[in-house]
Structures are given as C-alpha cells and as structure tokens.
Design a protein around this ligand. Structure first.
Ligand SMILES: [Zn+2]
Length: 549
C-alpha cells in the first residue's frame, strides 16, 4: 500500500467533523429557523454552538474509537446519524428515551411502512459512501500506550475548547436550550447514546424487581345470581386517533356517522375533553391500564400488576385480542391472541389485517374462554387493541370500498403529499374505526346478556401542524393534537338495568376534563369490581348509584 496512512487521531477528527456538521443537518436547520434575525451575532452564536458540538463529538470519539473496532464503530455512527436525521427531518420527531423504546419494540411491518426512496438515498449518501471511504483508509499502527496518550490528550483539549465556548456563549445558549428542550434530543449521536443508556438502565432495573401486586382485595361487588346472564364488556383501545378529526367531537367532517346515530338514540356518551397519558403507544397503553395515573407513572420504575390482573383476580374472564404490535406487557398474565398474522381473504387481503378481523375471531375465542371457565364465569372483559390510524401509511388502514374521502395520500413520506390528501387518508381510517365500533355494538346488542363498550384512543397525531407529523413528542412539549383523544361509552339496556344507571349519572363528566388517569378506576366500576384501591376522584362513574366502595 503506497497511500500515506492516516494518523489515528487525524482520521478520528475527520469523522468528528462529518458527524457534527452533515450528520446533524436537522439540528442546524432547526437552530437557523429558530433565530429570528440572522445578524452577525446570531451567526457567531451558531458558530460558537457548532464549535461546542464539534468539541463534544471529538471528545466522545476519543473515548470510544479504538483500533479493534474502529472501522465498524465508525460506520455504525454514520448510520445512526443518517437514519436519525432522516426521521427527524421527515417526521419532525426527536430521539428521546420513549421514542427509542418504540423503535426497539417495532416490528418488520412498521419498518416497511417507513421505507422510502428518499430514505434509501439518505442512507446511500450518508452511510454507504462515507462508510466505504472510512473502511478503506489505511491507519498507522501506534503502540497502544502511545495511542491512548494521544487520544486522551485530544479528549482533554476538546473538553477545554468546549468549556471555553460554552463560557463565551452561555447566555444565548442557556435561553435557547431552555425554550427549545427538543433541541437536546436532536444532537446526533448523543441523543441515541443517551436514550439507549436510559432504556437499558431502566430495563435492567425493572427486570431485577419483582412484580408488585395491585388490589389484592378485589372482588365482585355483585355476583350474577343464578339464571342471570354474566355481563360482557368490550374495551376498545384505539390507535393514533385524535379528537380533532373525530366527528362526535365537532369535526367539520362526519367521520363517525355510526356513533352519531347511537348518540342520537341516547345510547352512547361521548367524552369531549379526554387527555392521553403519553404521546406514544409504548407509554400510553401500559399507563392507561395502570392504577398510577400519568404523574406517578412517568416517574415509576416498579413493575406493578395492572387493571387486567385485578379484573381477573376478582373472578372475571379476561381476553386481549391484538391487531397491532403487541400489548406492551399489559396482557402478559391473561389469555391473549394476535390477529395480525391471520390469513383471511376478506379482512387480510394484502397480508395485513384490518381491525374487523378481531370481530371475526371474537365469538369463537369467547366461547372457548367461557367454556373453560364453566359456570364459574361471573362475566367477561374483552380488550380489542386496534391498528386504528397507525401511520404514516394511513391509507393501508381502510378497505378500498370504504374510502369516502378522496384522493388519499398513498406515500409514507407524508411531506410528499398535499396536506388535504394526508387528512383524507387519516379521516378514512377514523371512519373505519367508527365502522368497527358500530359493528361491535351491533354484535353486542345481539348477545343475550348485559353488554357494554368503552372506546378510547391511546394518543393523538400531528398531521403537519407546526411542521410536525406523527406523534411521540416528549409530553411537556407535545401539541394538543397528540394528547387530546376521543372516548365513547355505550351500554346495552340490560346492562343499564343491571347497573341501575339511568344514563345521566356520568353526564357531568362528559364535558369535564378527564384523562387516561380515569381509565383504571372507571373500568373497575363498570365491571362492578370493588377494592380499596379504587379512587372515586378518578372515576367518570363516581356519581352513579350503587357503585362499589
Ligand atoms: Zn399508539
């Protein structure tokens, strides 16, 4: 080889320079957009911030990059920076621990929904080309002690430069960072490093703890007497439906005609001011089923039993049907089944199953479950976990013949579509959820037993407002579109008389602000389970007669 070999420190600096500039384009763009006047002062400020990022990256690389894994680690860092940049730019997301948790738990199909030509182009330019170059560079072999001395020296120097630059630009920097907390999660590759460490530490800590029991005193407040049919409650956990596009919430389009009909007949209540616990499935779903409520859940590291464990302990049969990527641990200790992989020509035409597949399998599953329980069955709670409005490929969530709003955005790069086409595809999916709920109610009405349905979405969605798409913004800065969700309740006549409710006892809560915090306690009341753990202040049925105390 007659090319001159790189000094290891020199090559490391080249990588640091790439990562802190091209590897962080979304961050630089966000900072540039943030500064109102592009005066000399702001340009100098940006330059100062650039110096800090370069110094920090250099320091990180001096500590991480050693001969044995220099080449693969470099390529991995290029990949992290390029992929993060693409998703941040395309969907306006940031890389924080809960987004990381989402990524880790995602499956092949969800990844396929995100693939696009522009992603391939970004990976080619940001990973393949520079990675190929990086891999081929000859590097001088230094004795390890000497190399360690050089790299530690470089790390020290970088630290000094970083401190000096922070010192000089502290004022501007501190206020920008305070006002724009999301910027912290935009810095590649530190965001990924921080989020994965947090996730790993959290998971190890959780794994070492034993599951804590919840409501060990749970019991049915009223057992079904002999000859009385055991009640059936269906809890529909919606996906990514925001209240803003829900017909019953006053949306200009009637995206919920079937629910509206039920409401018109006085059979259905719509809760107008419900906020979600999180901005993604990973947080919201376990949080809803937890007794803790958002505030405590967000700080909690102890694994607790959840609502389903409590219902089961009280003597009810519980079944979780999942048409999405799993129940996030909620259904671990109750009978459950995934419907995503089923082969059904009607409901799964292209290998992906529409949510109605759950209704298709429900009767048979229910019979199996209740047969096994025999006469001991005091009632059943079924959870239907929807695919709902899972993005970005909203158009895949609705069967062709049910697409009312046209034309639809048929790309998963949402920015490529006119805003109206994104909304059309999204609204079609909302309407399909309305159809699913209508079908479920019709089926429940036909059952010779008291029945109920409670629907609530797990979180909302941004459809381009404020330049944001999808969901998952850290809660404290999440826009309303991502946290205001629809919730609806339907009770059959036999259920109303069983409960002794006249349909007005929850009427006040319909207009009041409530949240996922109310889910655990309200479902307990609906299922007539009593426990000391029940909190009336978090129960939308608190004013209803004969509630369990
Ligand atoms: Zn979700």
């Amino acid at each position: 080889m007659n090319r001159r070999a790189w000094h290891p420190v020199g090559l490391l600096l080249v990588l640091a320079l790439w990562l802190s500039t091209l590897g962080n384009l979304p961050l630089w763009r966000a900072l540039w957009d943030l500064t109102e006047t592009h005066s000399l002062r702001t340009v100098l400020g940006l330059f100062g911030f650039g110096l800090i990022v370069l110094a920090a990256t250099t320091m990180l690389l001096s500590l991480l990059v050693w001969p044995r894994w220099r080449k693969p680690l470099g390529v991995l860092l290029l990949l992290v920076a390029a992929a993060n940049s693409y998703f941040m730019h395309t969907y306006g997301i940031v890389i924080d621990p809960s987004m990381m948790a989402n990524t880790v738990q995602t499956d092949v199909r969800e990844v396929r929904d995100l693939l696009s030509w522009s992603l391939l182009a970004v990976l080619a330019l940001g990973v393949v080309l520079p990675g190929w170059w990086w891999w081929r560079q000859p590097v001088q072999q230094l004795p390890l002690r000497r190399l360690a001395g050089r790299q530690m020296g470089l790390a020290g120097l970088a630290l000094l430069i970083m401190l000096a630059a922070v010192w000089v630009s502290f004022q501007d920097l501190a206020s920008t960072m305070r006002n724009q907390k999301s910027l912290r999660y935009m810095l590649n590759p530190f965001n990924t490093l921080y989020a994965s460490t947090r996730l790993l530490v959290g998971q190890t800590a959780q794994a070492s703890l034993t599951l804590q029991p919840v409501a060990e005193d749970a019991a049915l407040a009223r057992a079904s007497g002999a000859g009385q049919a055991a009640p059936l409650i269906v809890l529909v956990v919606g996906e990514t439906v925001r209240a803003a596009n829900f017909g019953l919430a006053g949306y200009a389009r009637d995206t919920t005609p079937q629910l509206r009909q039920l409401q018109g007949r006085g059979e259905l209540a719509y809760f107008a001011q419900v906020t979600s616990c999180g901005t993604n499935t990973q947080v919201s779903v376990p949080c809803m089923f937890s007794h803790l409520g958002r505030e405590a859940y967000s700080k909690n590291t102890t694994p607790y039993e959840n609502l389903l464990d409590v219902l089961q302990r009280a003597g009810l049969q519980v079944l979780w049907l999942d048409n999405q990527s799993g129940c996030k641990g909620v259904c671990d200790r109750v009978p459950n089944a995934s419907t995503r992989e089923l082969k059904d020509p009607t409901f799964c035409p292209d290998g992906e199953c529409f949510d109605e597949i759950m209704l298709r399998v429900l009767p048979e599953r229910l019979t199996q479950l209740e047969k096994a329980a025999g006469s001991a069955s005091a009632g059943t709670v079924v959870v239907l976990h929807q695919m709902g409005n899972h993005g970005p490929a909203y158009y895949k969530r609705t069967p062709t013949e049910m697409k009312v709003y046209q034309p639809e955005c048929r790309s998963n790069v949402l920015q490529d579509c006119p805003a109206q086409e994104i909304v059309n595809a999204y609204d079609n999916a909302v309407r399909y959820t309305d159809h699913l709920l209508g079908q479920t109610v019709r089926w429940l009405q036909a059952q010779p037993r008291p029945t109920a349905l409670l629907y609530v979405s797990d979180h909302g969605e941004s459809l381009g407002e404020k330049g944001l798409y999808l969901h998952g913004m850290p809660y404290m800065m999440a826009p309303q579109e991502q946290t205001h969700v629809p919730m609806a309740l339907w009770l059959s006549k036999p259920m109303q008389s069983r409960l002794g409710w006249d349909g007005t006892c929850w009427q006040k809560k319909v207009a009041e602000p409530v949240s996922h915090d109310h889910y655990f306690h309200s479902v307990l009341t609906l299922a007539q389970v009593s426990t000391r753990w029940h909190k009336p202040e978090r129960d939308v049925f608190a004013a209803c007669p004969a509630r369990p105390s």
